[in-house]
Design a protein around this ligand. Structure first.
Ligand code: AMP
Length: 111
């Protein structure tokens, strides 16, 4: 069995996904179980398990810039979320930023 994460398998085209953006360093795909009318995941191709494993500030900045760029291409207003660790709600241990958008009256519920 492969020990690649599901996102690595998507990057490697081993499993299909709905890609909304891709360059050398990032891929953005639609979440398979959307929690908002627009729900996209921005995934760095360079592997790290969780956000706080990235210690390079330019790498962190570039991830945020890419998430903003993709988000703005989808909606003028949006929410960015990063779940870090099991207790932080992270299920896939390959760093990713959630873009959530498209509500008529803004997000309901949690922060
Ligand atoms: P997190 O809980 O922050 O780790 O988020 C993982 C996200 O990945 C969840 O919102 C899942 O719905 C999503 N997900 C899992 N498998 C896939 C897949 N094959 N394609 C797209 N999104 C996926």
């Amino acid at each position: 069995m492969s020990d690649k994460t599901i996102f690595q398998r998507i990057i490697d085209r081993e499993i299909p996904s709905d890609i909304v953006f891709e360059n050398d360093a990032y891929i953005a795909i639609r979440d398979i179980q959307p929690r908002a009318p627009i729900h996209v995941l921005v995934i760095p191709k360079r592997f790290s398990a969780r956000l706080d494993d990235i210690h390079d500030s330019s790498e962190l900045g570039e991830l945020m810039q890419t998430a903003i760029q993709v988000a703005r291409s989808l909606s003028p207003d949006y929410r960015l979320t990063v779940n870090v660790g099991k207790q932080g709600g992270q299920e896939v241990f390959h760093t990713h930023v959630h873009i959530l958008a498209g509500w008529e009256n803004g997000p309901q519920g949690h922060l």
